[in-house]
Design a binder for this molecule. Structure first.
Ligand code: ATP
Length: 424
């Protein structure tokens, strides 16, 4: 079954399109990485998947549910760990996490302790006192305690130290392998993606450019930097190397084929003043998707990795009728597994209410959104009407949200997005 099916998704208008006819399918149980450089649209995509933003055209189905129209149902089983978030509330982290569980009709409070211990997070801290790293940990724990079916991680390493990152990925990978958790990692880190995911896609110019099977290769992605190279670059390009830079003082090549082939050419060319190092995502993007390189043929598709029961060969850029072809009935909400999403939404959602372009978070917000959202009184899943968010204020580049009454759950879960500016 598909966890996410994205069909011709476009966000933004005219020259400001951040996503452009993007197609992608992610299967249930996959650990999938979508890599993109800064401002390539990863966060925007995450927000559309969660229903905080409406596409200009195209659609996203999450477990066969429409990302916008059925966002509430989606949040019952899907968690997002956002890139940035800020809480302005005096309640303790533990209480906030408990609220989330309650909102999902869950009572596994022991999981709060287990996860807090695991991440060495002090749940006695008030959420308004948390620093960036702690806020991120709270968001992660909150996303995990509801035992989601699909976990979306938007630049999860930001603010975390190496130990936190290892813990996060080990835990998520374990859930992926043992409990079939579907993971969508949105990141800039080639290294992270290669370490954990079965497939990796690249987001550039608003589209998914390539999907690779992350099988064990003789080489990783490398860049070869040669000082003042005067030889014939054809020796390198003939084995699949791509030219990123070729100037008098420096030549930079990108190579993701078998290392022995590259070593052979280096040896035969008698290179001395060179450095061979791991490529960054930006090198890869430059090598494949920018300028003249974008016109060159792609390398041959790699063989799929056989991993668990994922049928990778079925997955490719989707055609329009794929969506119609999905026959699974709308997911039934089993109370036992009822996983409302909560903390992850707050920053995304509340940031949406800011009517200015937020430079820190790169948010581009629909102007009329604020009115619509703030005009509504959120409800609990049981239908109880709650007060709307008490206070919302922006402080410089940072958006602050008061969660004192509503908790994280209500702010995100119950904020209804009927339409945004682009639909008018
Ligand atoms: N609705 C929209 N219309 C046009 N542009 C938008 C819209 N929403 C966001 N953008 C712009 O699209 C760009 C991509 O932003 P986004 O935050 O999604 O990228 P990102 O890949 O997550 O970047 P980063 O890794 O730096 O967080 C930004 O410049 C943002 O201002």
């Amino acid at each position: 079954m598909s966890a996410i099916v994205i069909n011709d998704l476009t966000k933004g208008k005219g020259k400001d399109k951040v996503l452009q006819k993007l197609n992608l399918e992610i299967l249930e149980g996959e650990f999938f990485s979508l890599l993109g450089t800064e401002k390539s649209g990863k966060t925007t995509l995450a927000r559309i998947i969660m229903g905080f933003l409406k596409p200009n055209s195209g659609s996203i189905k999450v477990y066969d549910m429409d990302s916008f129209k059925e966002s509430k149902e989606i949040k019952e089983s899907v968690s997002l760990v956002p890139e940035d978030m800020i809480f302005d509330s005096k309640i303790k982290s533990f209480a906030l996490l408990k609220k989330t569980l309650n909102a999902h009709n869950l009572s596994n409070t022991e999981d709060i302790d287990i996860l807090c211990d695991y991440f060495e997070f002090n749940s006695n801290l008030r959420v308004c006192d948390l620093r960036d790293r702690e806020r991120k940990l709270l968001a992660i724990i909150n996303a995990l305690i509801i035992k989601p079916r699909l976990l979306i991680l938007d630049n999860p390493s930001k603010f975390l130290d190496d130990k936190d990152i290892d813990r996060l990925f080990s835990h998520v990978k374990k859930l992926n392998e043992q409990e079939n958790l579907t993971v969508l990692l949105l990141s800039e880190s080639l290294r992270e993606a290669k370490k954990y995911s079965a497939r990796i896609a690249y987001l550039s110019d608003g589209k998914v450019q390539d999907i690779e099977y992350n099988n064990v290769k003789a080489a990783g992605d490398k860049v070869l930097k040669i000082d003042s190279y005067r030889g014939n670059l054809n020796y390198f390009t003939s084995i699949g190397a791509r030219i990123i830079k070729d100037e008098e003082d420096e030549t930079i090549l990108y190579f993701d084929g078998p290392l022995p082939e590259l070593s052979k050419v280096i040896y035969e060319e008698g290179l001395e003043n060179y450095i061979l190092e791991d490529a960054e995502l930006s090198d890869k993007v430059e090598a494949y998707y920018k300028g003249e390189n974008a016109k060159l043929p792609r390398r041959k598709p790699e063989a799929p990795v056989e991993s668990k029961d994922i049928k990778l060969e079925e997955t490719s850029t989707i055609e329009a009728d794929t969506i119609n072809g999905v026959s699974e009935a709308t997911i039934k909400l089993d109370q036992a597994d009822n996983n409302f999403n909560s903390v992850e939404g707050i920053s995304e959602d509340e940031m949406e209410k800011d009517t200015v372009h937020n430079t820190k978070t790169n948010l581009f917000v629909d102007e009329e959104y604020s009115e619509k959202v703030l005009g509504e009184n959120p409800k609990t899943p049981q239908g109880e009407v709650l007060d709307p968010p008490k206070e919302e204020k922006t402080s410089g580049d940072t958006i602050v949200f008061d969660t004192s009454n509503e908790g994280i759950f209500n702010a995100s879960e119950e904020t209804k997005l009927k339409e945004d500016k682009d639909d008018i």
